[in-house]
Design a protein around this ligand. Structure first.
Ligand code: NAI
Length: 335
């Protein structure tokens, strides 16, 4: 099948070309992000492969459908950037990669926690300048701290498992109780109890209309003073302006982000010679207790291998008139 691959980087090319040796699709790589301006490039491609910050809103989907696209193959797990109602109306099939390496994201989550706590990023720079002072590097034992996991699906469960091995108490909030977590010793609570009791809170639920700005002025107020807040899920789970105010008062003592509400205009590009226009993001980078990584949680060899293989297998199944099991239907967003 002819596939237009948007937002493609050299590493996407490498992994997709390798995986495609056993699929034989025709891949055309576009560096540009899929938007209403760039969608013209997809003309005549029956399949479009898109990533987290590609825009698949109603206007873009309409142009795609009009120009012959029948399949949207997301090479990511989240599908919050797709207007599924419109896709359904237009008869477009949407597939995704539900799980490629939950370990990659869970391990990155723990890396953010450890870095913020023990300040290894600051120590690295100090030692290179022969500054061996420990002032400002004081951390705390993770052992016996309470961690609240919001969303105990694939990634939340592995994160809980790793933190239990550190000797943490793990609380969880999810509408669905995951028996595996209960067996491991995770205790399910209400959202409010989790917010009130946790020393560290980590977000692992999807972005839906219900979870949009889950972390806001009200929920921040319920948290412990000096709480550590980690988000490796989707940026808009957090009201960034509210969290900045909470950082200023010390309510939030540490903030670790791999995702950011307005990341589409920033992440995955080298902007080091440009003037950042996003004042909210610029403010975030001024706090010594904030650590931002540019949506790299997924970025491991194993994950890229699985993403490429599953995406191309999804396309192959569609081409043969089969279901891959990775279709995203409109009722998923109502759940
Ligand atoms: P999953 O679907 O296995 O688990 C999500 C869990 O969240 C489910 O147990 C679900 O019941 C729960 N949930 C849904 N609504 C909730 C709510 N309102 N409150 C509490 N829990 C709720 O998803 P998985 O694979 O664990 O991924 C989690 C998120 O991580 C994804 O939605 C995606 O946004 C993000 N992600 C980030 C990556 C990165 O590179 N930083 C890479 C892959 C995923």
């Amino acid at each position: 099948m002819d596939i237009a691959v948007f937002s493609s980087k050299p590493y996407d090319r490498e992994y997709f070309l390798r995986a495609n040796e056993s699929h034989g699709h025709k891949l055309t790589f576009f560096e540009s992000r899929l938007t209403l301006e760039s969608v013209v490039q997809a003309q005549g491609f029956p399949a479009v492969c898109a990533f987290v910050n590609d825009q698949l809103n109603a206007p873009v989907l309409r142009v795609l459908a009009r120009h012959g696209t029948r399949l949207i193959a997301l090479r990511c797990a989240g599908f919050n950037n797709v207007d599924l109602v419109e896709a359904d109306r237009l008869g477009l099939t949407v597939v995704r990669v539900p799980s490629y390496s939950p370990h990659a994201v869970a391990e990155h989550t723990v890396a953010l926690i450890l870095t913020l706590n023990r300040k290894t990023h600051r120590a690295y720079n100090r030692v290179r300048e022969l500054n061996f002072s420990l002032d400002g590097l004081l951390g705390f034992d993770l052992h016996e701290k309470t961690v609240g996991i919001i969303g105990t699906g694939r990634i939340g469960t592995i994160t809980a498992k790793i933190l239990l091995a550190f000797g943490c108490r793990v609380l969880a909030y999810d509408q669905r109780v995951n028996e595996e977590c209960v067996q491991m010793g995770v205790r399910y609570t209400s959202l409010e109890e989790l917010l009130r009791r946790s020393d560290i809170i980590s977000l692992h639920c999807p972005l839906t209309p219900e979870t949009y700005h889950l972390i806001n002025e009200n929920t921040l107020r319920m948290m412990k003073d000096g709480v550590m807040l980690i988000n490796t899920s989707r940026g808009a789970l957090i009201d960034t302006q509210a969290v900045i105010e909470a950082l200023k008062t010390g309510k939030v003592g540490y903030l670790g982000l791999d995702v950011y509400e307005e990341e589409a205009d920033l992440f995955f590009e080298d902007l080091s010679n440009r003037v950042v226009q996003d004042d909210v993001f610029a403010r975030l980078t001024t706090f010594p207790n904030v650590l931002v990584t540019g949506h790299q949680g997924f970025f491991t060899h194993e994950a890229l291998t699985n993403i490429a293989e599953t995406t191309l297998a999804n396309v192959t199944a569609f081409e043969r008139g089969l279901r891959s099991g990775n279709e995203v239907s409109v009722d998923r967003i109502v759940a």
